[in-house]
Design a binder for this molecule. Structure first.
Ligand SMILES: Nc1ncnc2c1ncn2[C@@H]1O[C@H](COP(=O)(O)OP(=O)(O)O)[C@@H](O)[C@H]1O
Ligand SMILES: [Mg+2]
Length: 230
């Protein structure tokens, strides 16, 4: 189970104002490891996550998840892959206001069509694993920024995705909580054995990662042997 991007190019905009965001990018991400994707704002980190997560079809190139090319699937099959194999966690967590932590997780089950009651104890366990066993019935407005991100992480992991894509997880989190959250991400990648890619410009997150991939080293004209970062 790995995620492999082969010669991925993304060109956006109208024909008279085309911009190439990703240009022939090759990279492989392994399971059981947290990879931090770093690079300045505008370098294409979020675009790479959108392509990897089958949210955006590349203009050309392959996105191989466990050997299957997500870029070549029909829209329906891509939606199915997103539901069944991919988890997402974004900057602000995107929790639903008014719902308890446990219901944030169970909502994912509603969407996938399974009966929520059978999953209640699993949702509790998932929240325990992110250190929120004492916050099961708290609503987003009753949680700190770091706690909200833990709920978002538990929700993203709840259906056991093979691939977990995370964008700027510490952007809305206190500095004191960012280190704890980063360590938790690494722990979940190791224990759940998923492919985890975290776009970040937070040094704390990069330090907790098993591997750091710099967007600058992924561009088509970067020398393959160049050290990461330059
Ligand atoms: N829909 C779009 N149309 C044209 N350009 C876009 C679009 N979305 C993003 N971009 C541009 O793509 C580049 C990369 O954006 P992004 O992937 O968000 O970078 P990052 O996450 O590293 O900050 C930026 O220059 C941005 O302005
Ligand atoms: Mg971004």
């Amino acid at each position: 189970m790995s995620l492999e991007l082969n010669a991925v190019t993304v060109t956006l905009g109208r024909t008279d104002a085309r911009t190439t965001i990703l240009d022939g990018l090759d990279v492989t991400f392994e399971p059981g490891r947290m990879t931090a994707l770093v690079g300045p704002s505008g370098s294409g980190k979020s675009t790479l996550l959108a392509v990897a997560g089958a949210l955006l079809r590349p203009t050309s190139g392959q996105v191989l998840l466990d050997g299957e090319n997500l870029a070549g699937l029909s829209d329906d099959r891509r939606a199915k892959a997103r539901r069944e194999r991919i988890g997402y966690m974004f900057q602000s967590g995107n929790l639903l206001s008014g719902l308890t932590a446990i219901d944030q997780l169970l909502t994912a089950v509603h969407i996938s069509g399974a009966r929520p009651r059978a999953h209640r104890s699993r949702a509790e366990e998932a929240l325990n694993r992110v250190g929120l066993g004492h916050r099961l019935r708290h609503r987003p407005e009753q949680l700190s920024g770091g706690e909200r991100q833990r709920v978002a992480l538990a929700r993203a992991l709840f259906l056991s995705p093979k691939l977990l894509l995370i964008d700027e997880p510490t952007a809305a989190v206190d500095r004191s909580q960012a280190g704890d959250l980063a360590a938790l991400l690494a722990e979940r990648a190791h224990q759940d054995n998923c492919v985890m890619v975290v776009a970040t410009h937070d040094r704390t997150v990069a330090e907790a990662a098993d591997r750091v991939v710099d967007m600058a080293a992924l561009t088509a004209d970067a020398a393959p042997s160049a050290p990461a970062g330059r």
